[in-house]
Write a protein that binds this ligand. Structure first.
Ligand SMILES: Nc1ncnc2c1ncn2[C@@H]1O[C@H](COP(=O)(O)OP(=O)(O)OC[C@H]2O[C@@H]([n+]3cccc(C(=O)O)c3)[C@H](O)[C@@H]2O)[C@@H](O)[C@H]1O
Ligand SMILES: Nc1ncnc2c1ncn2[C@@H]1O[C@H](COP(=O)(O)OP(=O)(O)OP(=O)(O)O)[C@@H](O)[C@H]1O
Ligand SMILES: NC(=O)CC[C@H](N)C(=O)O
Length: 537
């Protein structure tokens, strides 16, 4: 009878570039797995030594040496347990996305990733060469086939490992979050399990890295397709999974709503961006509207109320109700709150421009001057106190260019830039079920930019319930105008929305990064030309 095997899934939050820090974390995880969990094997995420995605850091001349030192330290310090970790492997002028299996000071075997993703947010073929060979190693009499992330999304690498004698597939990952991703992963794992009739262990990292967030979602699937272990999303930890008589046992997480998980993703993105870039806190322009309310709630949950500073900057068009709501929200959240009216700046700018503007009607220019006066004040506070400004634009607005360049777009990290307005409402409602931090009136009032009297978003944009599905079809599904019309949308609406998206590409290119939560986020994932002539495509 085969001995049981305990595998520790190290769902770690690793920092891109910080090889020494990551090595320390891996050593800590291995010790915990050995001493507290009695594990035989501890598995860390893809590229755990350098973090994911390292991008062009891989090209820096000092990196191969850093990686070598990291490997030596792991060989010296991890004893009494088998360790699997990921690293960039440099050989004969090439780089491989690799994983090493080490035990008691020896490299037992190594594996090179075969399927290199090169779509969406991934650019692996820019840096890595692919591997070709299976890697099977033995722990306590169990034969384990090692694969890396994208490998599990294709049939060949797991089948190859099985042909080489694997009885269990271990897949180490750096797989970013988006809404629905967990279900996509389970579908890929189910296919591999069914094709090979082998159990699979899936280990992923957690944490925010610029414009992507990793949710963990590590799991173990038995050969019969049943899920025997699932790690809570966004929880860093080392989790035990036991394999006995061919069956896994482990703990199953409590499943959460889509809103709860998405909200956690945004919190993680903000927390890791602000902390890793060394900001003492965050500044938010609080209008009393729903977008700034959600951003403030996320910032407080990410950083704590004492590191968040809300600034109300009323103009002549701001309703008392908006100022009240901004103040009430700040009080509910317990954050620092200041009020800096923009009227003096706005008047000064209008006077300064009066000579040049003679004979010209008041138009968008004056609206944007208000938005830019606010941006100027927030950036001055940022410069003086060091807090990063969090712009509040949502995906619906970013898509159609409904934001002022160097105005409300200014800032360093944009927490909800990939959140459609209809989802903004759902997330606010969800957050209030945890504890009420957003006044009900903020959620129920019609959205308005308050840049002219009685302005409503619906004066310039189709209602969000119509806009968002058209955007999903145009931006995420990349459908052509005729295809979207065929889905039942009015031609005039589709043409108008598509036109706005095309014309505002230049704005998005200049926008702050923010966490991806949809299937196609602006920024790293969607690279469109600024200058291009195209028809209905
Ligand atoms: N292709 C191109 N490449 C590079 N730059 C280009 C460009 N086309 C225009 N530009 C530049 O961009 C300028 C126009 O952009 P910009 O100055 O931003 O102004 P613009 O897009 O004309 O106006 C801002 C829009 O955002 C709305 N808004 C503002 C503030 C808050 C909210 C809200 O509710 O959240 C909404 C506002 O109602 C208005 O519809 C041009 O004057 C030009 O300098
Ligand atoms: N009176 C104000 N005081 C402080 N900040 C403001 C004010 N008005 C606008 N802002 C800032 O500019 C952003 C854009 O706000 P605006 O009211 O124009 O539209 P919005 O996209 O509906 O946002 P919100 O729902 O937060 O009001 C706000 O989220 C806020 O950060
Ligand atoms: N790092 C990777 O190979 C990730 C690719 C994979 N399809 C995922 O996102 O899960």
């Amino acid at each position: 009878m085969q001995q049981s095997l305990t595998v520790a899934a190290a769902q770690l939050n690793l920092w891109v570039g910080d090889v020494e820090g990551n090595v320390r974390k891996i050593i800590e995880a291995a010790r915990k797995a050995r001493d507290e969990l009695g594990a035989d094997l501890v598995a860390c995420p893809e590229l755990s030594l350098i973090g994911y995605p390292p991008d062009d850091l891989l090209l820096r001349s000092a990196v191969p040496r850093l990686i070598e030192q990291g490997v030596s330290r792991l060989l010296d310090e991890v004893k009494g347990i088998t360790l699997v970790f990921g690293l960039p492997e440099y050989e004969h002028g090439q780089i491989y996305n690799a994983a090493y299996v080490i035990r008691d000071g020896h490299i037992i075997t190594r594996y090179r990733k075969q399927q290199l993703p090169n779509y969406g947010v991934f650019d692996e073929r820019r840096h890595f060469k692919r591997g070709h060979d299976a890697c099977v190693f033995e722990v306590e009499g169990h034969k384990i086939g090692l694969t890396i992330c994208e490998d599990i999304w294709f049939p060949e690498p797991a089948a190859q490992a099985r042909a080489a004698g694997a009885e269990v597939i271990l897949n180490i990952n750096a797989s970013p979050f988006n809404i629905g991703k967990s279900a996509e992963r389970r579908r890929a794992l189910d296919l591999r399990v069914a094709e090979n009739r082998l159990p699979v262990i899936y280990v992923n990292c957690v944490g925010g890295q610029d414009d992507i967030v990793f949710d963990g979602d590590s799991c173990a699937v038995n050969a019969d397709g049943s899920v025997a272990f699932s790690a809570a999303e966004f929880e860093e930890g080392v989790f035990p999974i036991t394999l006995q008589a061919g069956q896994f046992t482990g703990e199953l997480r409590k499943e959460q709503s889509e809103e709860a998980v998405t909200y956690r993703a945004l919190v993680q993105g903000v927390r890791d961006y602000v902390n890793r870039n060394g900001f003492p806190g965050a500044l938010i322009g609080m209008s009393g509207g729903i977008d700034s309310a959600l951003v403030a709630a996320i910032a407080v949950d990410a950083l704590g109320a004492d590191r968040v500073w809300g600034v109300s900057m009323p103009s002549r068009y701001t309703l008392d109700m908006s100022n009240d709501d901004a103040r009430i929200q700040a009080e509910l959240m317990g954050i620092k709150y200041s009020m800096l009216p923009i009227e003096p700046a706005f008047e000064t700018f209008t006077q300064m421009l009066a000579g040049e503007f003679i004979g010209r009607a008041v138009d968008l220019t004056e609206e944007n001057l208000q938005s830019r006066s606010r941006g100027m004040l927030l950036m001055a506070l940022s410069n003086k106190f060091g807090h990063v400004v969090l712009p509040t634009g949502n995906k619906s607005e970013m898509a159609v260019g409904y934001a002022t360049l160097y105005g409300d777009m200014c800032g360093g990290y944009a927490p909800i830039k990939d959140v459609y307005k209809t989802l903004v409402y759902r997330l606010c409602r969800y957050r209030n079920t945890v504890s009420e931090v957003i006044p009900e009136r903020v959620i129920t009032r019609p959205p308005s930019a308050e840049l002219r009297p009685d302005q409503k978003d619906s004066d310039s944009l189709p209602p969000y319930e119509l806009l968002d599905p058209i955007l999903q079809a145009y931006v995420e599904a990349q459908l052509s105008i005729p295809e979207i019309i065929k889905k039942g949308f009015a031609e005039a609406d589709v043409r108008r929305v598509a036109g706005l998206v095309r014309r505002s590409e230049y704005k998005r290119r200049q926008a702050a990064p923010g966490p991806k939560v949809t299937g196609c986020a602006f920024g790293r994932e969607r690279r469109y030309p600024l200058t291009a002539v195209y028809g209905d495509i």
